[in-house]
Ligand binder design. Sequence first.
Ligand SMILES: C[S@@+](CC[C@H](N)C(=O)[O-])C[C@H]1O[C@@H](n2cnc3c(N)ncnc32)[C@H](O)[C@@H]1O
Length: 270
Amino acid sequence: MTTNSDIPGIEDDTRPNAGRVYDFFLGGNHNFEVDRAVARKLLDVYPVLPRILRMLRWFLGFSIRRMLDEGFTQFIDFASGLPIQDHIHQIAPTGTRVIYSDKDEVTVAYAKKIVADNPDVIYLQCEANHPEKLLNSGIVEKMFDRNKKVAIGMSGISYFLPNEDLIHALDTLYNWARKGDKLFISELSEKDLGEEKKEGKPRLSQDLFAQMGSPFYYRTKEEFISMVPKWNLLPPGCQRCDEWLNLENFLSTDDDKEIFGPFYGAFFEK
Ligand SMILES: C[S@@+](CC[C@H](N)C(=O)[O-])C[C@H]1O[C@@H](n2cnc3c(N)ncnc32)[C@H](O)[C@@H]1O
């Protein structure tokens, strides 16, 4: 197991890190006691959280496999979190070029360490709100053959971005992309948010995540699609993640279906 002193910039393990808390919920070992303490508090309030995060990670894996099946060998990913637990380079065959990024400097420091030995993979700090910083940094030219198509990941991030930032990011990516490049996204809709109907439970979004400095921005599918006017939405369109993943057996009760319903995903092509 990695120890704190192995990781540049995170020797102070008195502060929890969202990426490592996420890792704990996914069953990983890239987390410290301070992260697990936060995870336990979250679990008290919201016991279903690990299942939601696992479903989102499954959707990420589904998206990656779909891109690989279509012959993509180059990925650029925003808000990647830690590159563990079935992330791109772990699923893709050797030789697939991957540019990961995240805004959180501790996540970036830790992630750089994780991928340090892989010459096909790089991890950079970049806010998804401003993808141009990464796209114009010269790193893409170094890593990619632009005669080959690129798959762009925006998984588990759009609902952390205010409308104007999401519109800017998706427009910037479109202008940068070449014909045939694809974009995969997961989103969160306010519609049918089961938890809000349950008395005595705080809203996951506005209470817990706002307290951690990451408020959620809900959008209906229609609002979301209106923010991606240039990209071609691929059939069958925006679908619930559990539908993409055929999770009927995993979501056994009506409660489950209500809780997991607001998360949906979509694929776009330039
Ligand atoms: C829910 S995780 C998503 C991880 C991974 N993409 C997935 O789908 O499983 C959210 C990640 O977004 C990062 N993040 C939050 N706001 C961001 C922003 N504005 N730009 C880039 N990364 C951001 C967090 O640091 C965290 O690692």
